[in-house]
Design a protein around this ligand. Structure first.
Ligand code: SF4
Length: 497
């Protein structure tokens, strides 16, 4: 097993990463390890990134070896769904105090915490996360995990991704390395079959993978492991026996997909379950990969039949929204796979994408956007809050889709906004998810609140001062205009006055 420093260097030198391939040998050796500028980890540190990737493994106890705040920072900040186990949502931390740090009692406290969890909850595994403080004082979590695993007879997995190592995205990849080093391949399944697949980089946010899995079930395709969404430890541990894999978010776990292909011959493709045609294409690709790996070619026809049925059903449901949303302009402020997959999904129903952020997108993501939007002019690397506000308040978009952090810019600009990041409340994957996404956009755009909040505030209107009751038609018209401006009465009500 490589040292943490060597692992980070390896992750930076990912051969499947296009950005990396585009560099010369010297730049590649240097890696992507530029130091973070202050504030850059505001979107999450490496520890946070590792926790995001691993926490949705639902029957595992996730133990954060740190003072209390790191767990407070990362606990349950994404809406991943579980169909069974709930242990992953219990917060475990060694909660180191200053005195314990000074006295060097961290490792002992960690060992005791592992014992306590194993006795109280008997999980199949405990994941132990290092953090800035415990890494800086040199806690050897690998040694403690090894000793605890032998003593308590369960898997204890060290996750070496302290916050200072780098960005959230680096932490995502280090989590993949932890799975490769300590989990995947440690259990041999006795029921491996020709239709087993893995789904990688799918987080089951708002339970959206549950809208896709029934489609795979109907085709007789078994999801050996969805990593990490709604995953169980033993499924992940035996996922090396899958025949094919789909990579949903390559920004997070491309290293995992590539290494599983190299070590266990599991071919993978990158796809998306957002949008009608992307969902259909993903199902086709899965079927084709399985046939390449020896499955009955009959699955190709079965897949086409299912796609035809589901597409017809979804388009019938979307028809009413298509008429209402045709030509509406969308500003997408998200990242990674969503920067192109949601853009594609919305253009399918006739909406116009006026901009999509590509800050966290790979080179391939950007190429896809260019193909979907026919040019690269609508991509923006990063937009300052001020510019976003200016764009929205000038009415250049009818709705913004983004994460919760930028919602207030849209709301301040009196522009409809919909959450499509991790805290969203509705599942948007698969055919049904697309219908739900469009339904939510329609509800938000056509919500009457926008007309009301855009009306001038009563205190911004000129006062209605009349010495006498209006008698002529023109006086009545003046009062009507002033009262409507002040929101005192709808024009129609005035006639009743
Ligand atoms: S790991 Fe470091 S950067 Fe991340 S939350 Fe903890 S102290 Fe902060």
């Amino acid at each position: 097993m490589a040292s943490p420093g060597a692992t980070i260097q390896q992750v930076f030198n990912e051969p499947a990463c296009d950005k990396n391939r585009g560099k010369d040998a010297r730049a590649r050796k240097h890696g992507c390890s530029k130091p973070l500028t202050p504030g850059e980890a505001a979107g999450g540190c490496a520890f946070d990134g590792a926790k995001i990737v691993l926490q949705p493994i639902t029957d595992v106890a996730h133990l954060v070896h740190a003072p209390l705040a790191c767990e407070g920072n990362s606990w349950d900040n994404r809406g991943a769904g579980s169909s069974g186990a709930t242990l992953w949502r219990t917060s475990f931390t060694t909660d180191l105090t200053e005195l314990e740090l000074v006295m060097g009692q961290g490792e002992r406290k960690l060992f005791k915490a592992i014992r306590e969890i194993s006795q109280a909850y008997a999980p199949p595994a405990i994941f132990v996360y290092s953090t800035c403080v415990t890494a800086l004082i040199g806690e050897d979590i690998e040694a403690v995990c090894k000793r605890a695993a032998e003593k308590f007879g369960l898997a204890v997995v060290p996750v070496n991704a302290p916050g200072f190592a780098g960005s959230k995205n680096l932490g995502n990849k280090l989590a993949g390395e932890a799975l490769l080093d300590h989990v995947i391949g440690t259990v041999e399944p006795d029921d491996a079959g020709p239709y087993d697949i893995n789904i990688l980089g799918e987080f089951n946010l708002s339970g959206e993978f549950w809208l896709v899995k029934p489609l795979l079930d109907r085709l007789g395709i078994r999801v050996r492991a969805c990593i990490p969404g709604d995953a169980r430890y033993l499924d992940v541990a035996s996922s090396h026996r899958a025949r094919a894999a789909m990579m949903v978010c390559s920004t997070a776990l491309i290293n995992l997909a590539r290494k599983m292909e190299e070590r266990w011959g599991i071919p993978f493709f990158e796809g998306s379950f957002y949008g009608i045609s992307d969902t259909s294409q993903a199902l086709r690709n899965i079927a084709e990969l399985l046939v390449r790996k020896g499955a009955d070619p009959g699955i190709l026809d079965r897949t086409e039949t299912l796609i035809a049925q589901e597409e017809t059903r979804a388009w019938n449901k979307l028809d009413v929204f298509r008429r209402r949303l045709q030509g509406k302009r969308v500003l997408l402020n998200t990242g990674g796979v969503k920067s192109w997959s949601i853009a594609h999904a919305l253009t399918e129903i006739g909406m116009e994408i006026v901009g999509t952020s590509v800050k966290k997108s790979t080179v391939e993501d950007k190429e896809r956007i260019k193909q979907i939007l026919k040019d690269g002019n609508h991509m923006f690397e990063q937009m300052a809050a001020r510019e976003l506000y200016a764009m929205l308040s000038q009415g250049e978009a009818d709705i913004m889709l983004s994460g919760g952090r930028t919602q207030f810019i849209a709301l301040k600009a009196k522009t409809p906004w919909l959450d499509i990041n991790q805290e969203r409340q509705h599942p948007y994957a698969g055919y049904e998810g697309m219908v739900e996404l469009v339904r939510q956009i329609d509800l938000v755009i056509h919500n009457p609140i926008w007309r009301q909040v855009r009306d001038p505030a009563p205190w911004d209107c000129p006062p209605v001062i009349m010495d006498e009751m209006p008698t002529t038609t023109s006086e009545m018209a003046t009062v009507r205009a002033l009262k409507t401006c002040a929101g005192l009465a709808a024009a129609a009500d005035l006639d009743a006055c």
